[in-house]
Design a protein around this ligand. Structure first.
Ligand SMILES: Nc1ncnc2c1ncn2[C@@H]1O[C@H](COP(=O)(O)OP(=O)(O)OP(=O)(O)O)[C@@H](O)[C@H]1O
Length: 276
């Protein structure tokens, strides 16, 4: 897969560099087109355009407050209930505008799963956590549900650790196991996209490495978007990296290029730690 990168000279403005971020030969899963979002009139995202390739890991990086979580949440329409939010432009999932009036938001959230910084298992058993979304979808033969729960736990690299205690409370698991359980719960309804907002930042180093390995392995099944403050993590797990600053997309490209040969000085300053 080749990415056709925007041609802008080092030092050009963010809006120049962000104008076109197309992956010419790659099929994109998400197309973000001239997307802007403001909270109570204060811009948080400004004219972002980028394409997120299918079956790859794309990392959003940038300083605190640059808009990474806002963008991730917008992809899942988590701002719907915030009346102060205004937006323009559009986000398309597999070619369909996620804000189209006839779009079913529950179905969007099944197709686009989201995992947050702090593991949030429900107060129920390990099994019931994973079966939760399946039950919401309607009746399913027990055998099929059991198979799906096992498959999701296997996909989340948790099955071996929990197969003998499926009916114990999810809260008996460690923080790292809880986060993998939450990922299993999300995978059980077979999403197309998994959004991960700092999924390992509350975890110890060993659990973090397990989550990173899981992210790498999951891309054969779905498209992943990762928000992280951790530069090494973005470099280790992502195929593409988008650098945001002040609500603008500054640079976007293959992770290797962004980290080893950034086009813009601002990107270099950030990834080398010269800018917080
Ligand atoms: N619900 C909200 N209401 C008003 N302003 C908000 C809200 N959520 C975020 N913001 C503002 O929008 C901007 C972007 O915030 P966002 O959380 O997306 O940044 P971020 O890059 O994810 O930051 P961090 O890395 O610290 O999590 C910030 O200025 C923030 O204060």
């Amino acid at each position: 897969m080749q990415a056709s990168l925007p041609k802008s000279a080092p030092g050009s403005s963010a809006s120049d560099s962000a104008a076109v971020m197309h992956f010419a030969t790659t099929e994109s899963c998400l197309d973000i087109n001239d997307f802007s979002l403001a909270y109570a009139g204060v811009p948080a995202l400004q004219h972002l355009s980028l394409q997120v390739p299918r079956h790859r890991v794309t990392a959003f990086i940038g300083p605190s407050g640059c808009g990474k979580s806002t963008l991730l949440r917008a992809i899942n329409r988590l701002h719907d209930l915030n009346e102060s939010v205004t937006l323009s432009g559009n986000i398309q999932l597999e070619g369909r505008d996620i804000h189209a009036p006839q779009l079913n938001v529950a179905e969007l959230r099944r197709r686009v799963g989201m995992v947050f910084q702090n593991p949030n298992p429900f107060p129920m058993s390990i099994y019931e956590n994973v079966a939760f979304g399946l039950r919401l979808q309607g009746r399913m033969p027990k055998r099929k549900r059991d198979d799906t729960v096992e498959w999701a736990l296997q996909s989340a690299a948790l099955w071996e650790e929990v197969k003998d205690r499926l009916y114990r409370s999810a809260w008996t698991l460690s923080g790292g196991q809880q986060q993998r359980l939450v990922i299993a719960r999300t995978l059980a309804v077979r999403p197309d996209v998994l959004l991960l907002d700092e999924p390992a930042s509350a975890l110890d180093p060993i659990s973090t490495l397990k989550i990173e390995e899981l992210i790498r392995n999951l891309k054969s099944q779905l498209t992943l978007v990762l928000v992280t403050h951790n530069m090494q993590q973005a470099a280790r797990v992502s195929d593409y990296t988008a650098f945001l600053q002040g609500g603008e997309l500054v640079e976007y490209g293959p992770t290797d290029s962004v980290f080893t040969n950034p086009r813009l000085q601002r990107t270099e300053n950030y990834i080398t730690g010269r800018m917080a």
